[in-house]
Write a protein that binds this ligand. Structure first.
Ligand code: DO4
Ligand code: MG
Length: 283
């Protein structure tokens, strides 16, 4: 089962489930977390389907980022390709990325508050003080307050590689700013997700309607088990609203590539769907 958060033409925000090419609204729920944090999200959602409401075509609604009040965190250097890219961009600190790739403790960092996250079709920002910006297409774990993985969505960890590469202490500035993260389009409930070896991740970047980059990877190329990342994240830290964890990128465009305004980013993850966003500068 897949859940989504949406805005109706009337402006009302609702929660729905995705069936075939339609959305069915759920009765009496105003947040995804009410379902996701229950004992049996699939059964709770099925019980709440509004049988009187018509099936809504996707064109009639605006899908919102599937997030309520959760913080967004991210793991880094979880794929070999990311470790190699970090070493190239960061001459002075290359050694640290090699160490963290094989260390027991992973790199986890705070990525975004909900108001810095955009949904499907939204505008992700590249910083004006960066000349080397890239999207990072990542599987995003939807985690309950009890640290259970209850669902999966698609995440884009927008990153300024030159700022991160100049000095690792600049990581928060390379990663966290307005519209620095995209999530969506839906949440696939944990029990309905594909096994890791069938989860392919594909990134396509288009400019003036032409493809300027395409790359893909498989979740099975990730060096760490998902539950290991969750367990490190939850050490000494509670998440009363749940938390969303981006699991790192295994796709890195060539080093001479940087996003520009009006680029169109598409991230596809098997078992979840396709997240598309436009690139913009902050207002
Ligand atoms: O240390 C840099 C962050 C790396 C990252 O975000 C990733 O590997 O996805
Ligand atoms: Mg990342």
């Amino acid at each position: 089962m897949q859940l989504c958060k949406l805005q109706l033409e009337s402006g009302e925000v609702r929660v729905g489930i995705v069936t075939d090419d339609h959305i069915r609204l759920l009765n009496g729920v105003w947040s995804l977390s009410e379902i996701l944090h229950s004992n049996d999200p699939g059964a709770v959602a099925s019980d709440l389907i509004d049988e009187n409401a018509q099936k809504l075509p996707f064109e009639d609604v605006t899908l919102l980022a599937p997030i309520d009040e959760q913080e967004v965190w991210a793991a880094g250097v979880t794929y070999k390709r990311s470790q190699e890219a970090r070493e190239r961009e960061s001459e002075g600190a290359a050694r640290f990325y090699d160490l963290v790739y094989s260390a027991d403790r992973p790199e986890v960092f705070f990525k975004a508050n909900p108001h810095r996250v955009v949904g499907p079709g939204g505008r992700v920002h590249i910083r004006r003080d960066s000349k080397w910006s890239v999207p990072e297409p990542e599987l995003a774990l939807v985690i309950s307050p009890h640290l259970q993985i209850v669902g999966y969505t698609i995440g884009n960890d927008m990153s300024a590689r030159d700022i991160e590469g100049e000095n690792p202490l600049y990581l928060p500035q390379a990663k966290l700013h307005d519209n620095c993260c995209a999530l969506g389009p839906v949440i696939t409930l944990a029990g309905d997700m594909l096994p890791p070896d069938r989860v392919t991740i594909t990134l396509t970047i288009q400019r003036n309607r032409g493809t300027v980059f395409q790359g893909s990877t498989s979740l099975s190329a990730m060096a760490r088990p998902l539950n290991d990342l969750v367990s490190w994240l939850g050490r000494e830290t509670s998440f009363p609203h749940g938390v969303i964890l981006l699991t790192g990128t295994g796709i890195v465009p060539p080093d001479d590539f940087s996003l520009t305004v009006e680029d169109h980013i598409t991230i596809e993850i098997a078992g979840i769907g396709r997240l598309t966003n436009w690139v913009a500068h902050r207002g």
